[in-house]
Design a binder for this molecule. Structure first.
Ligand code: COA
Length: 136
């Protein structure tokens, strides 16, 4: 059963400007160590961050909270790529608490994420699914 959906568009030029102006302070405030490592080693650093920024906003919408709000902060929502390249979301701290609150009893969450970019836009969509325990 789907219990949350969210999408977001992020302007890549805005992210590039934040990187120029605030550099590491911006990176550290919004992104996890893993996200920073991935973005810095890419040529398209701003695009990589913009997709992840959009993913965090989309996830916050799916959680029904917004960021930073109700104990949910940017770094509590992390994009982690599988070996295939497929992106997934790892929720910690306030975001994980909010997710647990949304789940019906005896259900676990499966979070689906897809992202793309086409300058100047990056886009992400998130679907949160509740699956009966032991039935997945
Ligand atoms: C997945 C694929 C369709 C993406 O197409 P694209 O038009 O180049 O990419 P887009 O800019 O629209 O999207 C890029 C995002 O797609 C997502 N993506 C990458 N691989 C994916 C996969 N196997 N499944 C789902 N999503 C994937 C990622 O989130 C990526 O952004 P990120 O690397 O910053 O996390 C394309 O790369 C592909 O067909 N790959 C084949 C598998 C492959 O080459 N794997 C290499 C690693 S083993």
């Amino acid at each position: 059963m789907i219990i949350g959906i969210g999408n977001d568009l992020c302007n890549i030029e805005r992210i590039a400007r934040s990187l120029d102006r605030f550099g590491e302070r911006f990176e550290q405030r919004c992104f996890t160590e893993g996200e920073i490592r991935k973005a810095r080693k890419r040529m398209r650093t701003a695009e990589t961050y913009a997709k992840r920024f959009a993913a965090k906003e989309a996830c916050a919408k799916a959680l029904g909270t917004g960021v930073p709000r109700r104990g949910v902060h940017w770094k509590h929502i992390e994009v982690v790529n599988l070996r295939s390249g497929q992106p997934t979301l790892r929720l910690t701290a306030g975001a994980a608490v909010r997710l647990a609150e949304m789940l019906p009893p005896k259900h676990i969450a499966q979070i689906h994420l897809t992202m793309t970019d086409d300058f100047p836009w990056a886009e992400a969509q998130v679907i949160i699914e509740a699956m009966p325990e032991g039935n997945h």
